[in-house]
Design a protein around this ligand. Structure first.
Ligand code: BTN
Length: 160
């Protein structure tokens, strides 16, 4: 085999290796949960911090749903293969509430990632006496959406 043939095989092997060992559980990308809510997470920085957008499919209000900013942090994916993370979503574009999510990314035998999360949703109430009804709690499971136009899917249909 000539030098060129050897170089080609070496390049092919390196490309295959880098694709198959693509790092999992980096939260960057587009995700959907079982309610059909979408979240788009921008690049996670070296400190594990990230921001993005969340388009919920449901609301406790009667207002038109708007894409809302999220901010969070995740543990180092070079140190851990199934890292924990947390993020807040500020719903103030259409609601008086805030959410916090905590969760962990899991990878199954097929390499599919799921985000198992638990959330608190705090709405504004008029007085401390109403505190008892101010917080909802629940769980969401997110799966990654591959190969879709992110900007388009995060658009809301509000009139203004
Ligand atoms: C509100 O209704 O006050 C704001 C929207 C809240 C949406 C909640 S957050 C937890 C749950 N998971 C979702 O994807 N949407 C709901």
């Amino acid at each position: 085999m000539g030098k060129i043939g050897f170089s080609l095989i070496l390049t092919l092997a390196l490309v295959t290796l880098s694709t198959s060992s693509e790092r999992k559980c980096d939260l960057s990308g587009l995700w959907r949960n079982e309610l059909d809510s979408l979240m788009e997470i921008d690049k996670v920085n070296d400190a594990g911090e990230f921001s993005g957008k969340y388009l919920t499919a449901v609301t406790a209000t009667s207002n038109c749903i708007r894409s809302s900013p999220l901010k969070g942090a995740q543990h180092d994916t070079t140190q851990r293969s199934q890292p924990t993370f947390g993020f807040t979503v500020n719903w103030e574009k259409f609601s008086n509430s805030m959410s916090v999510f905590v969760g962990q990314c899991f990878v199954d035998d097929q390499g599919e990632e799921t985000l198992q999360t638990m959330w608190l949703l705090r709405q504004e109430v008029g007085s401390p006496g109403a505190d008892w009804k101010a917080t909802r709690v629940g769980t969401n499971v997110f799966t990654r959406i591959k190969g879709q136009n992110m900007g388009k899917s995060m658009r809301s249909d509000c009139a203004w």
